[in-house]
Write a protein that binds this ligand. Structure first.
Ligand code: TRP
Length: 331
């Protein structure tokens, strides 16, 4: 059997996962597990580039791990580990920093955005963040990286950095491979405000672990077609954010027909429409919520999964680092 290609991807431990993360990234991670050898990482060292509390980071990191397991990242198929448990990531990051141009880093839009959000705390780590990301990928010699559109610029830079390293130190050899991006087919989930992408920071999200009544509290007041003032007014689904969520969560064509006809013909109200959405969202995420309770109630198992993956990752990373150190002339 031909060897499976290897993919690497990372996620920040930014707090509770929401439907945007689920549809935009995690579901994809889960479905890639059979076709590829997957290495998935919770990137805690990336998270320290903005102000935070230590206890909070610890909690967010373990929560992210449990969330991923609950979502279906399967430790029998894939590696799932925490970045700081494998020190070679930061070792390689230093090396790659010496093959990264300042001008390239300055062009990164994520840096510019974050630097303006945290203008009192712009540290060098925030600036060199993409170098650590390049190291994450290269240390496992990954062939490909599933990412969202927003990470394409970092991916391109990662390729540029290893190209420069190989060019200078490889002696004609590709010591570190240039990983391809796998851009996931764009499930861009809008927030409940209907104004911006669903995100933790905008507080316009539905958490993937939220109970049904909590989801309803958020869904009930969520924005719909603003021109539809009364139940008797016909609505236009294309102007309604709830419709865009229906399209992502509908269990069948019939549901979509029911919403479309009911809304445009004013035979259903927005509350009916949202209730149906609630049922479908809950049907998708209830099993995840249940699995989460199982993992959260069995921390020894979670710790063992992390330890086993990290052990494998350290061995694999050390193979790369030996070659890199050799090429650099530091050993
Ligand atoms: N920067 C990525 C994000 O914010 C997270 C990340 C870190 C990552 N290292 C990575 C993604 C390596 C892909 C590959 O989403």
């Amino acid at each position: 059997m031909a060897q499976k290609k290897r993919i690497f991807s990372g996620i920040q431990p930014s707090g509770d996962l929401h439907l945007g993360n689920w549809l935009g990234a995690i579901k994809n991670w889960v479905s890639l597990q059979d076709e590829y050898e997957c290495v998935y990482c919770v990137v805690d060292y990336h998270a320290i580039t903005i102000p935070y509390e230590a206890d909070d980071l610890r909690r967010r990191t373990i929560n992210a791990v449990i969330d991923l397991l609950a979502c279906g990242v399967d430790p029998d198929k894939s590696k799932l580990f925490v970045q700081s448990h494998v020190p070679q990531h930061t070792e390689l990051a230093w090396v790659l920093a010496c093959y990264t141009s300042l001008g390239d880093l300055e062009r990164m839009t994520q840096f510019k955005d974050k630097a303006s959000q945290h203008s009192q705390h712009v540290n060098a780590g925030l600036f060199t963040y993409p170098i650590l990301q390049a190291a994450d990928i290269a240390i496992y010699r990954a062939d490909a990286v599933p990412v969202g559109e927003d990470q394409l610029q970092h991916l391109e830079l990662a390729r540029e950095i290893v190209r420069r390293f190989n060019g200078r130190m490889g002696g004609g050899r590709e010591i570190l491979p240039e990983a391809q991006a796998i851009v996931r087919a764009g499930a861009r989930v809008m927030g409940l405000d209907g104004d911006a992408k669903m995100s933790k920071s905008k507080n316009n999200y539905i958490g993937i672990m939220e109970e049904k009544d909590a989801i309803w509290k958020k869904l009930a007041p969520a924005k719909t077609d603003e021109k539809r003032l009364r139940k008797t007014d016909p609505g236009n689904p294309e102007d309604c954010n709830i419709w865009s969520l229906h399209k992502l969560f509908a269990d069948s064509e019939e549901t979509l027909d029911w919403v479309r006809t009911g809304c445009t013909g004013a035979s259903i109200g927005c509350v009916d429409c949202k209730r149906r959405l609630l049922e479908n969202i809950d049907a998708e995420i209830a099993p995840i919520r249940e699995r989460r309770k199982e993992f959260a109630g069995d921390m020894p198992r979670v710790t063992k999964i992390l330890a086993d993956s990290a052990a494998w990752c350290r061995d694999e990373a050390e193979i790369t680092m030996r070659e890199v150190r050799q090429a650099l002339g530091v050993r």
